[in-house]
Design a protein around this ligand. Structure first.
Ligand code: SAH
Length: 211
């Protein structure tokens, strides 16, 4: 493939910065994480294009812009403990690992979880834990979290997730059916979930239970 560093810079400038992503920590993380490592050889040449790509098991690595938008909304800080639901390729988990102190990422497909875990370790990420399980249940033993990123679309908000946010914690999740979903941003304020509606999106569904 052409020089990945140049492709990544072009992606950050034309797909993210030009569309209004301005958080420099998010932009810098997206400049650093080698997205081409998270897709198969066959898709490598397209790794920095403006769309999702297949990663096996009928799942996809999300479009870079949508990942950036979700990360920017979460305002992750270097001391944060973060939960991701839907590890998939591990790409968003790597970005979160760049932004946060500690990342827990849950994936229901054993094969995806194992390859993401191996890749993240090979790339040197020591602050990410990939867990096989049902992300709709969250991870009560490691809660509370400062931020939760849900990378698959739920029909309804899984109640266990906002319950695992600390006060002041943030969460972003696509909600809706397969053809119509909207990002919901949730902030815990004095024990209450305050919700705002954001962009329309299209994600693979959140499937209950483990594989
Ligand atoms: N963040 C990923 C994109 C993942 S696509 C990346 O950067 O590549 C959504 C992922 O959510 C898929 O891998 C799918 O298997 C997973 N998923 C769906 N339902 C789930 C559930 N209930 N618990 C955990 N993972 C789930």
């Amino acid at each position: 493939m052409p020089d990945p560093t140049a492709a990544r810079r072009l992606m950050v400038d034309s797909q993210l910065r030009d569309r209004g992503i301005s958080d420099t920590r998010v932009l810098d993380a997206m400049l650093r994480v080698p997205r081409h490592e998270f897709v198969s050889e066959a898709n490598r040449a397209q790794a920095y294009e403006d769309h999702p790509l297949p990663i096996g098991d009928s799942q996809t690595i999300s479009q870079p812009y949508i990942v950036a938008l979700m990360l920017e909304s979460l305002q992750v800080t270097p001391n944060d403990k973060v939960l991701e639901v839907g590890t998939g390729s591990g790409y968003a988990a790597a970005l979160l690992a760049e932004l946060a102190a500690e990342v827990f990422s849950i994936e229901r497909h054993v094969s995806l979880a194992e390859s993401a875990r191996n890749l993240l370790s090979t790339l040197g990420y020591r602050n990410v834990h990939v867990i096989i399980g049902d992300g709709a249940l969250g991870l009560p033993d490691s809660a509370p979290f400062d931020a939760i990123l849900v990378s698959a679309a739920a029909l309804h908000l899984p109640p266990a997730l906002p319950a695992q946010l600390r006060d002041g914690g943030r969460m972003i999740i696509p909600i809706g059916s397969s053809d119509s979903q909207q990002l919901q941003f949730i902030r815990m304020v004095n024990g209450q979930a305050v919700t705002s509606l954001r962009e329309l999106v299209r994600f693979v569904p959140l499937v209950p239970g483990q594989e």
